[in-house]
Design a protein around this ligand. Structure first.
Ligand code: PMP
Length: 375
Protein backbone atom coordinates (compact mmCIF):
# COMPACT_ATOMS: atom_id res chain seq x y z
CA UNK A 1 0.00 0.00 0.00
CA UNK A 2 1.17 3.50 -0.77
CA UNK A 3 2.30 4.95 2.54
CA UNK A 4 0.22 8.10 2.14
CA UNK A 5 -2.94 5.99 1.76
CA UNK A 6 -2.06 4.26 5.02
CA UNK A 7 -1.57 7.63 6.74
CA UNK A 8 -4.82 9.01 5.32
CA UNK A 9 -6.71 6.02 6.67
CA UNK A 10 -5.11 6.40 10.10
CA UNK A 11 -6.10 10.09 10.18
CA UNK A 12 -9.66 9.18 9.21
CA UNK A 13 -9.80 6.80 12.18
CA UNK A 14 -8.62 9.57 14.49
CA UNK A 15 -11.31 11.87 13.12
CA UNK A 16 -13.99 9.24 13.71
CA UNK A 17 -12.96 8.90 17.37
CA UNK A 18 -13.00 12.68 17.86
CA UNK A 19 -9.21 12.56 18.27
CA UNK A 20 -7.97 14.33 15.16
CA UNK A 21 -5.64 17.19 16.05
CA UNK A 22 -5.31 20.29 13.95
CA UNK A 23 -3.30 23.44 14.51
CA UNK A 24 -5.70 26.04 15.90
CA UNK A 25 -5.47 29.76 15.19
CA UNK A 26 -6.32 31.92 18.16
CA UNK A 27 -8.22 35.07 17.23
CA UNK A 28 -6.96 38.29 18.88
CA UNK A 29 -10.43 39.21 20.03
CA UNK A 30 -10.83 36.39 22.57
CA UNK A 31 -9.72 36.01 26.17
CA UNK A 32 -7.06 33.31 25.99
CA UNK A 33 -7.59 30.70 28.71
CA UNK A 34 -5.36 28.08 27.17
CA UNK A 35 -1.89 29.60 27.24
CA UNK A 36 0.84 29.08 29.83
CA UNK A 37 1.51 32.81 30.06
CA UNK A 38 0.49 32.66 33.72
CA UNK A 39 1.78 36.07 34.79
CA UNK A 40 0.73 37.91 31.63
CA UNK A 41 4.35 38.84 30.84
CA UNK A 42 4.03 38.00 27.16
CA UNK A 43 2.07 41.18 26.48
CA UNK A 44 3.47 43.33 29.28
CA UNK A 45 4.56 46.30 27.18
CA UNK A 46 6.11 48.17 30.11
CA UNK A 47 8.28 45.21 31.06
CA UNK A 48 9.30 44.63 27.43
CA UNK A 49 10.22 48.32 27.04
CA UNK A 50 12.30 48.19 30.22
CA UNK A 51 14.05 45.07 28.93
CA UNK A 52 14.91 46.47 25.52
CA UNK A 53 16.02 49.80 27.03
CA UNK A 54 18.76 48.14 29.09
CA UNK A 55 19.72 45.45 26.57
CA UNK A 56 23.39 45.69 25.47
CA UNK A 57 23.87 45.61 21.68
CA UNK A 58 25.75 42.28 21.75
CA UNK A 59 22.85 40.64 23.57
CA UNK A 60 20.42 41.47 20.76
CA UNK A 61 21.70 38.53 18.72
CA UNK A 62 19.03 36.11 17.66
CA UNK A 63 21.15 32.99 17.51
CA UNK A 64 24.01 31.38 19.41
CA UNK A 65 25.06 29.82 16.09
CA UNK A 66 26.33 26.60 17.63
CA UNK A 67 26.15 24.20 20.55
CA UNK A 68 27.23 25.31 24.05
CA UNK A 69 30.21 22.93 23.70
CA UNK A 70 31.43 24.61 20.52
CA UNK A 71 31.07 28.38 20.26
CA UNK A 72 27.57 28.73 21.72
CA UNK A 73 28.59 29.20 25.36
CA UNK A 74 27.51 32.83 25.15
CA UNK A 75 28.04 35.21 28.12
CA UNK A 76 24.25 35.52 28.52
CA UNK A 77 23.98 31.77 29.25
CA UNK A 78 26.68 31.97 31.91
CA UNK A 79 25.16 35.09 33.46
CA UNK A 80 21.70 33.50 33.60
CA UNK A 81 23.02 30.30 35.18
CA UNK A 82 24.94 32.35 37.76
CA UNK A 83 21.77 34.29 38.57
CA UNK A 84 19.81 31.02 38.95
CA UNK A 85 22.44 29.64 41.37
CA UNK A 86 22.23 32.83 43.42
CA UNK A 87 18.43 32.81 43.48
CA UNK A 88 18.15 29.16 44.52
CA UNK A 89 21.32 29.10 46.61
CA UNK A 90 22.40 26.09 44.57
CA UNK A 91 25.80 24.72 43.64
CA UNK A 92 25.00 24.67 39.93
CA UNK A 93 22.44 25.36 37.23
CA UNK A 94 22.30 24.36 33.57
CA UNK A 95 20.10 25.78 30.83
CA UNK A 96 18.51 23.78 28.01
CA UNK A 97 16.64 24.69 24.83
CA UNK A 98 13.27 23.52 26.15
CA UNK A 99 11.59 21.51 28.86
CA UNK A 100 11.22 18.73 26.33
CA UNK A 101 14.99 18.70 25.75
CA UNK A 102 15.55 18.72 29.52
CA UNK A 103 13.21 15.89 30.37
CA UNK A 104 14.23 13.65 27.51
CA UNK A 105 17.94 14.17 28.12
CA UNK A 106 18.67 14.51 31.84
CA UNK A 107 17.67 11.06 33.03
CA UNK A 108 19.38 9.04 30.26
CA UNK A 109 22.62 10.90 31.03
CA UNK A 110 22.51 10.18 34.76
CA UNK A 111 21.31 6.60 35.17
CA UNK A 112 23.62 3.70 35.87
CA UNK A 113 23.30 -0.02 35.23
CA UNK A 114 21.40 -0.53 38.46
CA UNK A 115 19.06 2.45 38.58
CA UNK A 116 15.32 2.20 39.05
CA UNK A 117 12.76 4.86 38.17
CA UNK A 118 9.48 5.41 40.00
CA UNK A 119 7.29 7.94 38.21
CA UNK A 120 3.89 9.43 38.92
CA UNK A 121 1.25 7.89 36.66
CA UNK A 122 0.44 11.33 35.21
CA UNK A 123 3.97 12.56 34.54
CA UNK A 124 4.30 14.66 31.40
CA UNK A 125 5.05 12.88 28.10
CA UNK A 126 8.54 14.42 28.00
CA UNK A 127 9.45 12.69 31.26
CA UNK A 128 8.05 9.41 29.98
CA UNK A 129 10.14 9.77 26.83
CA UNK A 130 13.22 10.41 29.01
CA UNK A 131 12.50 7.32 31.09
CA UNK A 132 12.11 5.20 27.97
CA UNK A 133 15.33 6.56 26.49
CA UNK A 134 17.17 5.78 29.74
CA UNK A 135 16.42 2.08 29.28
CA UNK A 136 15.80 1.77 33.03
CA UNK A 137 13.34 -0.51 34.72
CA UNK A 138 10.48 1.72 35.80
CA UNK A 139 7.21 1.58 37.65
CA UNK A 140 4.50 4.17 37.65
CA UNK A 141 2.90 4.81 41.00
CA UNK A 142 -0.74 5.88 41.33
CA UNK A 143 -1.22 9.54 40.60
CA UNK A 144 -0.02 11.75 43.44
CA UNK A 145 0.00 8.76 45.79
CA UNK A 146 3.34 8.95 47.57
CA UNK A 147 2.15 6.15 49.88
CA UNK A 148 2.19 3.92 46.80
CA UNK A 149 5.68 5.20 45.94
CA UNK A 150 6.78 4.32 49.48
CA UNK A 151 5.41 0.78 49.13
CA UNK A 152 7.40 0.36 45.91
CA UNK A 153 10.51 1.74 47.63
CA UNK A 154 10.09 -0.74 50.47
CA UNK A 155 10.01 -3.52 47.92
CA UNK A 156 12.75 -2.39 45.54
CA UNK A 157 15.05 0.28 47.00
CA UNK A 158 17.50 -2.20 48.52
CA UNK A 159 18.07 -4.06 45.26
CA UNK A 160 19.04 -1.01 43.17
CA UNK A 161 21.98 1.38 43.43
CA UNK A 162 19.63 4.33 43.27
CA UNK A 163 15.96 5.03 42.75
CA UNK A 164 14.88 8.13 40.83
CA UNK A 165 11.49 9.44 41.92
CA UNK A 166 9.98 11.59 39.20
CA UNK A 167 7.03 13.88 39.62
CA UNK A 168 5.68 17.25 38.62
CA UNK A 169 5.09 19.87 41.31
CA UNK A 170 1.94 21.25 39.64
CA UNK A 171 0.43 18.60 37.39
CA UNK A 172 -0.11 19.93 33.92
CA UNK A 173 -3.48 18.36 33.19
CA UNK A 174 -5.20 18.33 36.59
CA UNK A 175 -3.61 21.35 38.26
CA UNK A 176 -3.17 19.45 41.54
CA UNK A 177 0.11 19.62 43.45
CA UNK A 178 2.52 17.16 44.93
CA UNK A 179 3.13 17.27 48.69
CA UNK A 180 6.76 18.45 48.78
CA UNK A 181 7.44 17.66 52.49
CA UNK A 182 6.10 14.14 51.93
CA UNK A 183 8.30 13.78 48.85
CA UNK A 184 11.35 14.87 50.81
CA UNK A 185 10.40 12.45 53.62
CA UNK A 186 10.82 9.58 51.11
CA UNK A 187 14.36 10.68 50.44
CA UNK A 188 15.09 10.87 54.15
CA UNK A 189 13.70 7.35 54.67
CA UNK A 190 15.55 5.81 51.71
CA UNK A 191 19.07 7.21 51.31
CA UNK A 192 19.47 5.99 47.72
CA UNK A 193 16.49 8.01 46.48
CA UNK A 194 17.18 10.78 43.94
CA UNK A 195 14.37 13.34 43.66
CA UNK A 196 13.52 14.65 40.18
CA UNK A 197 10.93 17.43 40.31
CA UNK A 198 9.50 19.05 37.18
CA UNK A 199 8.33 22.53 38.16
CA UNK A 200 7.23 23.54 34.64
CA UNK A 201 3.93 24.91 35.98
CA UNK A 202 5.21 25.84 39.43
CA UNK A 203 8.00 28.30 38.69
CA UNK A 204 6.92 31.90 38.36
CA UNK A 205 3.63 31.09 40.05
CA UNK A 206 4.40 29.65 43.50
CA UNK A 207 6.48 31.05 46.30
CA UNK A 208 6.89 34.66 47.40
CA UNK A 209 9.76 35.14 44.99
CA UNK A 210 8.21 32.97 42.28
CA UNK A 211 10.83 30.24 42.37
CA UNK A 212 8.30 27.42 42.54
CA UNK A 213 6.70 24.98 44.95
CA UNK A 214 9.87 23.44 46.37
CA UNK A 215 11.41 26.84 47.07
CA UNK A 216 8.13 27.96 48.67
CA UNK A 217 8.43 25.16 51.24
CA UNK A 218 12.10 25.93 51.91
CA UNK A 219 12.96 22.35 50.96
CA UNK A 220 14.45 23.06 47.53
CA UNK A 221 17.93 22.05 48.68
CA UNK A 222 16.58 18.51 49.13
CA UNK A 223 15.52 18.23 45.50
CA UNK A 224 18.41 16.67 43.60
CA UNK A 225 17.13 17.59 40.15
CA UNK A 226 14.80 20.58 39.97
CA UNK A 227 13.60 21.40 36.46
CA UNK A 228 12.02 24.75 35.65
CA UNK A 229 10.74 25.71 32.22
CA UNK A 230 10.94 29.16 30.68
CA UNK A 231 8.20 29.00 28.05
CA UNK A 232 5.36 29.31 30.54
CA UNK A 233 5.18 31.86 33.41
CA UNK A 234 8.52 33.25 32.21
CA UNK A 235 7.11 33.98 28.72
CA UNK A 236 10.51 33.06 27.32
CA UNK A 237 11.93 29.85 25.87
CA UNK A 238 14.06 27.09 27.34
CA UNK A 239 14.42 25.26 30.63
CA UNK A 240 16.85 24.98 33.51
CA UNK A 241 18.06 22.47 36.01
CA UNK A 242 19.07 23.32 39.57
CA UNK A 243 21.54 20.65 40.61
CA UNK A 244 24.96 19.82 42.03
CA UNK A 245 28.21 20.58 40.23
CA UNK A 246 28.89 16.90 39.56
CA UNK A 247 25.47 16.49 37.92
CA UNK A 248 26.09 19.58 35.78
CA UNK A 249 29.50 18.30 34.70
CA UNK A 250 28.00 14.91 33.85
CA UNK A 251 25.24 16.44 31.74
CA UNK A 252 27.71 18.60 29.82
CA UNK A 253 29.57 15.41 28.95
CA UNK A 254 26.73 13.02 28.37
CA UNK A 255 23.38 14.66 27.73
CA UNK A 256 22.57 14.30 24.06
CA UNK A 257 19.83 16.98 23.79
CA UNK A 258 22.30 19.40 25.43
CA UNK A 259 25.36 18.49 23.36
CA UNK A 260 23.86 18.01 19.92
CA UNK A 261 21.79 21.13 19.50
CA UNK A 262 22.26 24.85 18.97
CA UNK A 263 22.22 26.81 22.24
CA UNK A 264 19.50 29.33 23.01
CA UNK A 265 19.84 32.79 21.42
CA UNK A 266 21.54 35.47 23.56
CA UNK A 267 18.48 37.73 23.49
CA UNK A 268 16.34 34.98 24.87
CA UNK A 269 18.76 34.18 27.69
CA UNK A 270 19.05 37.88 28.53
CA UNK A 271 15.23 38.10 28.76
CA UNK A 272 15.09 35.03 31.00
CA UNK A 273 17.59 36.63 33.37
CA UNK A 274 15.65 39.89 33.28
CA UNK A 275 12.43 38.07 34.20
CA UNK A 276 14.20 36.13 36.97
CA UNK A 277 15.17 39.45 38.49
CA UNK A 278 11.62 40.80 38.09
CA UNK A 279 9.91 37.75 39.62
CA UNK A 280 9.99 38.88 43.28
CA UNK A 281 8.13 42.08 42.30
CA UNK A 282 5.26 40.13 40.73
CA UNK A 283 3.75 38.75 43.94
CA UNK A 284 0.45 40.62 43.50
CA UNK A 285 -0.05 38.89 40.15
CA UNK A 286 0.69 35.49 41.67
CA UNK A 287 -1.82 36.11 44.44
CA UNK A 288 -4.51 37.22 42.02
CA UNK A 289 -3.87 34.26 39.74
CA UNK A 290 -4.20 31.74 42.55
CA UNK A 291 -7.37 33.35 43.90
CA UNK A 292 -8.87 33.08 40.40
CA UNK A 293 -7.82 29.42 40.25
CA UNK A 294 -9.53 28.69 43.56
CA UNK A 295 -12.73 30.48 42.59
CA UNK A 296 -12.97 28.72 39.23
CA UNK A 297 -12.32 25.30 40.78
CA UNK A 298 -14.94 25.96 43.46
CA UNK A 299 -17.50 26.99 40.82
CA UNK A 300 -16.84 23.77 38.91
CA UNK A 301 -17.26 21.72 42.10
CA UNK A 302 -20.59 23.46 42.69
CA UNK A 303 -21.72 21.95 39.38
CA UNK A 304 -21.17 18.51 40.92
CA UNK A 305 -17.93 17.83 39.04
CA UNK A 306 -14.83 16.65 40.91
CA UNK A 307 -12.02 19.18 40.48
CA UNK A 308 -8.68 18.45 42.16
CA UNK A 309 -7.01 21.69 41.07
CA UNK A 310 -4.94 23.61 43.60
CA UNK A 311 -3.34 26.02 41.16
CA UNK A 312 -3.81 28.23 38.10
CA UNK A 313 -4.61 25.13 35.99
CA UNK A 314 -8.23 24.15 36.39
CA UNK A 315 -9.70 21.15 34.58
CA UNK A 316 -13.40 20.79 33.90
CA UNK A 317 -13.69 17.07 33.28
CA UNK A 318 -16.52 16.30 30.88
CA UNK A 319 -15.87 12.67 29.87
CA UNK A 320 -16.68 12.12 26.21
CA UNK A 321 -14.53 13.76 23.53
CA UNK A 322 -17.45 15.03 21.51
CA UNK A 323 -19.12 16.67 24.53
CA UNK A 324 -15.91 18.37 25.60
CA UNK A 325 -15.45 19.72 22.08
CA UNK A 326 -19.01 21.05 21.97
CA UNK A 327 -18.59 22.82 25.31
CA UNK A 328 -15.28 24.36 24.20
CA UNK A 329 -17.11 25.70 21.16
CA UNK A 330 -19.77 27.29 23.40
CA UNK A 331 -17.10 29.05 25.45
CA UNK A 332 -15.41 30.24 22.29
CA UNK A 333 -18.64 31.70 20.99
CA UNK A 334 -18.85 33.62 24.27
CA UNK A 335 -15.35 35.05 23.72
CA UNK A 336 -13.23 32.65 25.79
CA UNK A 337 -10.59 30.56 24.14
CA UNK A 338 -10.37 27.26 25.96
CA UNK A 339 -9.22 24.05 24.36
CA UNK A 340 -10.61 20.59 24.92
CA UNK A 341 -7.94 18.11 26.04
CA UNK A 342 -8.50 14.57 24.83
CA UNK A 343 -6.88 11.16 25.06
CA UNK A 344 -4.07 10.20 24.71
CA UNK A 345 -2.99 13.40 26.49
CA UNK A 346 -5.40 12.48 29.32
CA UNK A 347 -6.80 9.03 30.24
CA UNK A 348 -9.62 7.61 28.11
CA UNK A 349 -13.07 8.88 29.17
CA UNK A 350 -11.71 12.01 30.90
CA UNK A 351 -11.81 14.52 28.06
CA UNK A 352 -11.94 17.96 29.57
CA UNK A 353 -11.74 21.66 29.17
CA UNK A 354 -8.49 22.80 30.65
CA UNK A 355 -8.52 26.35 31.91
CA UNK A 356 -5.04 27.73 32.16
CA UNK A 357 -5.43 31.13 33.76
CA UNK A 358 -3.45 34.31 33.28
CA UNK A 359 -3.08 36.85 36.11
CA UNK A 360 -4.07 39.73 33.85
CA UNK A 361 -7.52 38.47 32.76
CA UNK A 362 -9.80 41.48 33.47
CA UNK A 363 -12.19 41.19 36.44
CA UNK A 364 -15.30 41.59 34.30
CA UNK A 365 -14.23 38.79 31.97
CA UNK A 366 -13.42 36.49 34.85
CA UNK A 367 -16.84 37.03 36.48
CA UNK A 368 -18.47 36.32 33.10
CA UNK A 369 -16.46 33.11 32.87
CA UNK A 370 -17.78 31.94 36.24
CA UNK A 371 -21.31 32.68 35.08
CA UNK A 372 -20.79 30.59 31.96
CA UNK A 373 -19.55 27.64 34.00
CA UNK A 374 -22.72 27.90 36.06
CA UNK A 375 -24.99 28.20 33.00
N1 PMP B 1 7.16 19.41 31.60
C1 PMP B 1 5.86 19.68 31.78
C2 PMP B 1 5.20 19.24 33.03
C3 PMP B 1 5.14 20.33 30.77
O1 PMP B 1 3.85 20.59 30.94
C4 PMP B 1 5.81 20.73 29.60
C5 PMP B 1 5.13 21.49 28.46
N2 PMP B 1 3.80 21.43 28.37
C6 PMP B 1 7.16 20.42 29.46
C7 PMP B 1 7.81 19.78 30.48
C8 PMP B 1 7.91 20.77 28.22
O2 PMP B 1 8.39 22.07 28.29
P1 PMP B 1 8.71 22.88 26.97
O3 PMP B 1 7.42 23.39 26.46
O4 PMP B 1 9.64 23.96 27.44
O5 PMP B 1 9.36 21.95 26.02
Amino acid sequence: MNFEIRLTEALARLRQGGNLRMLPQVPDSVINLSSNDYLGLLTDEALLDAFYAQLPRASRRLSAASSRLLTGNVPEAIAFEDALCQAYGSEAALVFDSGYHANTGILPALVGKKSLVLADKLCHASMIDGIRASGCTFYRYRHNDLGHARTLLERYASIYDEVFIMTESVFSMDGDRVDIPQLVALKRAFPNVVLYLDEAHGVGVFGETGLGCAHATGLHQEIDLLVGTLGKAWSSMGAYLICSQVVRNTLINRMRPFIFTTALPPINLAWSRFVLEALPSLQARRERLLVMGERLAETIRQQGTVCVSASQIVPYVIGENIKAMALAKRFREAGFYVLPIRPPTVPEGTARLRFSLTATVPDVAFERLLELVQA
